[in-house]
Design a protein around this ligand. Structure first.
Ligand SMILES: Nc1ncnc2c1ncn2[C@@H]1O[C@H](COP(=O)(O)OS(=O)(=O)O)[C@@H](OP(=O)(O)O)[C@H]1O
Ligand SMILES: Nc1ncnc2c1ncn2[C@@H]1O[C@H](COP(=O)(O)OP(=O)(O)O)[C@@H](O)[C@H]1O
Length: 405
């Protein structure tokens, strides 16, 4: 049987399919079902449904296959029986395996069936929350519940980094709404506000709600830049000056003070973190993902990480940018755009000469590709430039954005 780890959004949808929160859906939608939903807001049998719930699976997986869906920590969550393939998407019903019982507030992730059994008879006012309820919203909920003689079901919608804080907000609200129930629901936000609202309503109804109150959208005020995580990611050919400038930046930042710095030196990475990897496309990508993973963990906790690999592929650099931004940190791409001729003229380690002589295969710029970035925050051609000036340019970028004071 094939195994696959879906992305975070797909896993959240999977959990809702398995729990019955997405009833009447029991699996990921076929192309016809998804089209019906997008065009008419209905499934082919006429049932209203607001959002196409789909999953992308790797190309080799075909109709008739059974796929074990795993979470990133390796727990097998469900088995999907694939009935259709349409491009990257696959459709089919899902059956639960042992649900992993971990994660913050796992005890509050209950099924609609469980919750419905426990709710008192009569009206139920569900409050879906993506952020805290301010006192006006709390008063509104209390007054509506009293008017309808309804019990209150607080549904923090947990997805991503902010998940636990939304549950804490719901528990605080519960303390001020006697008799209310809290259930954590992993419903990822939808871009379209109307669709998001409709989906919240469907899920609330499945949990037994007769009325739905959509909590206000959270106001997220990002912390000041000098407290936010930052990754400064250098990319460029071998010999372009990445390590020299990256080390200069590290030293300048440490001299200034105010921030801790992690420098993921290319040689150290290749010796430890990526020991044994080659320079094939797969291994280069894995190397960059590993660097990105560590840098994002540093940035998650408000740290500043500097990385300086060649990172020749645009898509992989994009992945790292997304990994960093997903943890609420900032990402700066510095393209050290020293031309190949200059890098080769410097040939500090004699590698270009060896590559030209055919002694090193797949050498970037000589016999392997380098995709020029079109999303760099700074482009530096170090030809005829002093190291101090090059470091100064990056330092200006970092200070002018407020990341360092
Ligand atoms: N085939 C091939 N192509 C490119 N580079 C090679 C190759 N073989 C060895 N080296 C040496 O490895 C350094 C690049 O490693 P990186 O980890 O930065 O490369 S990558 O981002 O994974 O593509 C690079 O070091 P820098 O000069 O510091 O960039 C080279 O010295
Ligand atoms: N302005 C500059 N910035 C960075 N390096 C420079 C500059 N001018 C000359 N160099 C030289 O170019 C070489 C760059 O090597 P290195 O920093 O190891 O490149 P990379 O890490 O990109 O392979 C060093 O020998 C460095 O002294």
């Amino acid at each position: 049987m094939t195994e696959w780890t879906p992305d975070a959004r797909e896993l959240a949808d999977l959990e809702l399919l398995l729990s019955g929160a997405y009833a009447p859906l029991t699996g990921f939608l076929t192309a016809a079902e998804a089209d019906g939903v997008v065009e008419q807001g209905r499934l082919p049998d006429g049932t209203p449904w607001p959002d196409p719930i789909t999953i992308a699976l790797p190309d080799g997986i075909q109709p008739g296959d059974q796929v074990t869906l795993k979470d990133p920590e390796g727990a097998a969550v469900a088995v999907m029986t694939v009935v259709e393939r349409d491009g990257h998407h696959a459709a089919g019903p899902v059956e639960p395996l042992d649900a992993p019982a971990y994660g913050p507030f796992a005890r509050l992730r209950r099924t609609p069936e469980d919750v419905r059994k426990e709710l008192p008879d009569g009206e139920v006012l569900a409050v879906t929350m993506r952020g805290p309820l301010d006192s006006a919203a709390l008063e509104d909920v209390a007054a509506t519940a009293e008017e309808l003689d309804a019990s209150v079901l607080l549904m923090p919608l947990v997805f991503g980094e902010s998940g636990p804080s939304v549950v804490r907000a719901a528990l605080t609200a519960a303390g001020r709404l006697p008799g209310s129930t809290v259930v954590a629901v992993p419903l990822a936000p939808r871009e379209d506000v109307e669709i998001d609202l409709e989906l919240r309503e469907h899920v609330a109804r499945n949990y037994g709600a007769t009325e739905h109150f959509a909590g206000p959208a959270p106001v997220t005020i990002p912390g000041p830049p000098h407290r936010r995580g930052l990754v400064v990611f250098f990319t460029g050919l071998s010999g372009s000056g990445k390590s020299t400038v990256a080390r200069g930046l590290r030293d300048a930042l440490l001299e200034r003070g105010g921030r801790t710095v992690t420098y993921l030196d290319g040689d150290v990475v290749r010796r430890l973190l990526s020991a044994g990897l080659t320079f094939s496309r797969e291994d280069r990508d894995l190397n960059i993902r590993r660097i990105g993973f560590v840098a994002a963990e540093v940035a998650r906790h408000g740290g500043l990480a500097i990385c300086a690999p060649i990172a020749p592929y645009a898509a992989t650099r994009e992945e790292v940018r997304a990994m960093v931004e997903d943890v609420g940190a900032d990402f700066l791409l510095v393209h050290v755009a020293t031309p190949l001729e200059e890098c080769e003229r410097r040939d500090r380690k004699g590698l270009y000469a060896k590559a030209r002589a055919g002694l090193i295969p797949e050498f970037t710029g000589v016999s392997d590709p380098y995709e020029e970035p079109d999303d760099a925050d700074l482009v530096l051609d170090t030809t005829g430039m002093s190291v101090e000036r090059a470091v100064g340019a990056v330092l200006t970028l970092v200070t002018s954005g407020g990341w360092v004071r």
